[in-house]
Structure formats: structure tokens, C-alpha cells
Design a protein around this ligand. Structure first.
Ligand SMILES: Nc1ncnc2c1ncn2[C@@H]1O[C@H](COP(=O)(O)OP(=O)(O)OP(=O)(O)O)[C@@H](O)[C@H]1O
Length: 474
């Protein structure tokens, strides 16, 4: 046996010295007992699965293993892997890397040892290997993130500072969101730069977090934008219900339980706490650093969450207990928020969402009822461009949804509604102007209206008459 084993190793050495290739083994488990999982094996598996086996650019290897574990049956996505003792090749930097999957059954045991082996040209192996492994790790990391199941967390009863969660599967994405294209690309670019910014934040010594404030009337798409942001970044969402948090200490406890790569959302911030009044009474006591601990402790004793506690949450020392987090505040009334919360560093990006613009309206119509070109669509767009016709994306969406079986009726109703709103707005403006004209108050009288003002009011009156007749026509 010893002689045979010696001959075998001599034969191996001879082969190794003659072959033009270098081989690298990647076992599934590490250590003499082979119980510690090898992360590189998982990376190779993922990389081969997505980048090579399912790629349409290269022909698949002749044999693949398809599997669908019972626990994943609901997702109904079979996984594909390289069958044992089959190979697949990959091109990298002008060279060919060949991966082979091995599965060996151990003697006297049913146990199977699996591994991958990588074959590289021997002359270039030393130079190629580090770069190729880095490329593989980056691709696998990206795939791991994109395939990770995400969750929507919310804080439970007021008595407990704990999160509970459900799978996050909101369908809103930047593709389904009807937004002004400039605004959309600014947000996407900002999010992408943030997610890729590890090195930047490390170099500049800034905590790797970003604050967003979304403001606009109900139905302008704040929640949809949050879902699209989470889907774009593939982050978990922590939806913080401030009214269910008792004290600043609870708020801090909730914060430190949030995970990296997450979006922490506080909706309707103006309704959650009476922050402005709270701050107003304390403004004298609070210096520029609003997040002083002594203050928050004082408030804790009184048992409520305060502005200073919230500021600690957003940019105090405690806010840096993790990384890659985005904090999003939403409000319908931006004026009701204390300016301290809005400062850069706390809320870095302010996004105003309002009435549906012409581009967003066309996008919604195209998506809901498949109409790209229609005179009624032009009429509706005209009303938006002329001003006064304001409908939120939610209102436009609801109107189109009602008529989704009849595209003609949908765009006609949309044009009628826009026209009606424009006329109404013009009427209101005219009433305002008329009131101004007839106001007997000495202040207004003193200011008076010149002939230009009177002509302007007459012009408005005429356009109102016109729009009324137009409305009847529609
Ligand atoms: N920009 C948009 N593109 C496509 N659909 C939109 C858009 N904005 C809103 N909607 C539609 O309107 C519905 C309501 O929007 P959403 O809940 O996002 O508004 P919101 O501003 O968060 O409202 P609220 O302030 O009441 O929470 C969404 O379900 C979505 O279908």
C-alpha cells in the first residue's frame, strides 16, 4: 500500500510539472473535521449559478443539476448548479478559467465531500488569481444582496422596544414610479452613489448614512418612493411608529436593533410628535448641539420621546452604531417641522412631491391604459402646462384604474377632470383678485390697483368664460 501511494504521488508530481495549468481546490467545508463552511465555495457557487450557468451569452454546460428545496417551493424558483464532475469555462482578462465541480463519496460512509477546482494557465496563474478572486467575490456579493429576502420591520406595542417583521414585497420600483425624469435620475444617482460610497465615507470620516425628507400632499407618492428606494438598494425597511415609542431610551434601543443596509422610515413626522412646540419651549436651554444627553435624560424621566431624542437617533453618536443606513422622514406639511431636523447632515436630501406633472401623467396613462397618443391626453397636458390643473398621481391612478377597460373613456375623463380643476383654480384666483379689488380696507385702498391689475383680472375673467365653454364641449 505504501509503495502504491508513493508511486501515485510521484505520478502526480510528474503530471503537475508537465501540465501547462495550475489547479486550485475550493472545498465546501474547512478544517480536519470539515465542519466549518468555506465562504469562497458559496461565492463560487453563486457566481457560477448566475454569471455563467444562466448567462445567455455563453452556451450552458451539457449537464446541470436543478433543485427546488421544499422550503423554497412557494418562491417556485428552481436553483441551477453545475453537476458533479462537469466543468464550465469563464473568460477573464484574455485568459480561460475552467471550473470543475467534484463530489466524492467518502469510503465506508454515505457522506459526500464537495469542492470546486479552478484551472488557470500556469504561466499567468500568480498574476491572475488575486484579480480573478476579487472579481468573483464582488460579483457574488452583488448577487447575494440581490437575491436576499428582505423584510419590513415595525415597532410593536408601546411597552416593548422591539421590532417585528414580515417579508417586504412592495411592487413599487423606479420603473413603475411616474416622476419627473430629472428628479428620478437625481434620486437614483444619489442612492447609487451612497450605496457605492463605503470608501468615500471611510476616507472622509463621515458616518455612512444619509437622511431624506419627502414632503408633499397625501397621494403624491411618498410611500411609493420609499418602497422604490428600498427595492433599488435591496435594503430592509424599518418603519418606525413614533407614537408607539415611550421614551428616548426606547428609541435608542430600537435604533441599535436595526441592521446595516436598511432604510429607517418615520412617516408623518409632523403628526408623530409635537416637536416644534417642544423645541420652542426649550430653545433657550438647547444650544447648537440639540442632542445633549442630559436633556434627553430629563425627558426620559417624564416618559416621552422628544426632539433631542430624535436628533440623537438621526445624527447623535448612537446613530453611528451601524453603517449603510438611510433615514427617511415624510410629512404633508414641511412648514410644521422644526428647522433643526432639516439641517444637512440630518436631512441631506429634500424631495418635494406634488401634483402630477405632464410627463408623469403621460407615463401613468401609458402604463394603466396603454394610451400614448390621444387628443384628450393633449388637452389634459395643456391644462397642466397652463397651470391650475392639479391632481396627485394617486388621483390620476385611481381615475385610470376605474376606466382601465375603456382607454378612450379613461383619457376623456382625465381631460374633463383636469379642465374642471383648472377652471376651479382660475375661479378661485379670480375671486381672490375680485375680493382684492373691492376690499375697502384702508391698507388695500392705499395700495390701489393700477390699470394693469384691472386688465389682468379681465383677462382672467375671459379665460374663465372660455374654459367654461371648453368644458361643456368636452
Ligand atoms: N409617482 C407615482 N407613480 C405611480 N403611482 C403613484 C405615484 N404616486 C402615487 N402613486 C399611486 O398612488 C397610491 C398612493 O400613493 P402613496 O401612498 O405613495 O402616497 P403618499 O404620498 O405616501 O400618501 P400619504 O401621505 O397619504 O401616505 C399608490 O398606491 C400608488 O399606486
Amino acid at each position: 500500500t505504501q509503495l502504491l501511494s508513493l508511486l501515485h504521488s510521484l505520478w502526480q508530481s510528474l503530471q503537475d510539472s508537465l501540465t501547462p495549468y495550475s489547479y486550485f481546490d475550493v472545498p465546501e467545508f474547512l478544517g480536519s473535521a470539515a465542519v466549518e463552511p468555506n465562504a469562497l465555495y458559496r461565492h463560487v457557487h453563486l457566481y457560477l449559478h448566475r454569471s455563467l450557468l444562466l448567462s445567455s451569452s455563453s452556451p450552458p454546460p451539457p449537464r446541470l443539476t436543478l433543485s427546488l428545496p421544499n422550503s423554497d417551493a412557494a418562491a417556485a424558483k428552481p436553483s441551477v448548479s453545475l453537476s458533479p464532475n462537469h466543468s464550465v469555462s469563464d473568460a477573464f482578462d484574455g485568459h480561460r478559467a475552467v471550473w470543475t465541480h467534484h463530489a466524492d463519496t467518502l469510503q465506508d460512509s454515505l457522506e459526500e465531500r464537495r469542492s470546486f477546482s479552478l484551472r488557470l494557465p500556469k504561466r499567468h496563474a500568480a498574476a491572475l488569481l488575486p484579480a480573478y478572486l476579487a472579481h468573483l467575490a464582488a460579483a457574488a456579493g452583488h448577487l447575494e444582496r440581490s437575491s436576499r429576502a428582505r423584510r419590513l420591520h415595525t415597532n410593536g406595542a408601546a411597552s416593548s422596544a422591539a421590532w417585528s417583521s414580515v417579508p417586504f414585497c412592495h411592487p413599487s420600483t423606479f420603473d413603475t414610479l411616474a416622476l419627473d425624469p430629472g428628479l428620478k435620475s437625481r434620486i437614483v444617482d444619489d442612492l447609487t452613489a451612497f450605496a457605492d460610497g463605503r470608501e468615500f465615507y471611510r476616507r472622509t470620516g463621515r458616518p455612512w448614512k444619509r437622511g431624506y425628507l419627502l414632503h408633499g400632499p397625501p397621494g403624491s407618492g411618498k410611500s411609493s418612493l420609499i418602497a422604490a428606494m428600498a427595492n433599488h438598494l435591496r435594503y430592509d425597511v424599518f418603519d418606525l411608529e413614533l407614537t408607539r415609542v415611550n421614551t428616548n431610551a426606547d428609541l435608542r434601543a430600537l435604533l441599535i436593533q436595526t441592521t446595516n443596509r436598511s432604510l429607517i422610515v418615520i412617516e408623518d413626522i409632523d403628526c408623530s410628535l409635537h416637536l416644534t412646540g417642544d423645541r420652542g419651549t426649550k430653545r433657550r436651554r438647547l444650544d447648537d448641539d440639540d442632542s445633549s444627553d442630559s436633556d434627553s435624560d430629563g425627558e426620559n424621566q417624564r416618559g416621552k420621546v422628544t426632539l433631542s431624542g430624535l436628533l440623537n437617533f438621526t445624527d447623535g453618536l448612537w446613530s453611528c452604531c451601524g453603517e449603510e443606513r438611510i433615514i427617511v422622514f415624510t410629512t404633508n406639511h414641511v412648514d410644521g417641522i422644526d428647522p433643526a431636523l432639516l439641517r444637512p447632515g440630518r436631512m441631506d436630501v429634500h424631495v418635494r412631491l406634488g401634483a402630477c406633472g405632464a410627463h408623469a401623467m403621460r407615463e401613468l396613462v401609458s402604463r394603466y391604459v396603454g394610451v400614448e397618443d390621444h387628443e384628450m391626453l393633449d388637452a389634459a397636458e395643456g391644462c397642466i402646462r397652463d397651470g391650475g390643473a392639479e391632481m396627485t398621481p394617486a388621483e390620476v391612478g385611481e381615475l385610470l384604474l376605474r376606466n382601465r377597460d375603456d382607454p378612450d373613456a379613461a383619457v376623456t375623463e382625465l381631460a374633463v377632470e383636469m379642465k374642471a380643476r383648472q377652471s376651479e383654480a382660475d375661479g378661485l384666483r379670480w375671486e381672490d383678485s375680485a375680493a382684492e379689488l373691492s376690499d375697502e380696507s384702508p391698507r388695500k385702498k392705499g395700495r390701489g390697483l393700477g390699470w394693469e391689475g384691472k386688465v389682468r383680472i379681465l383677462g382672467r375673467l375671459r379665460s374663465l368664460t372660455k374654459s367654461e365653454s371648453g368644458r361643456r364641449g368636452v
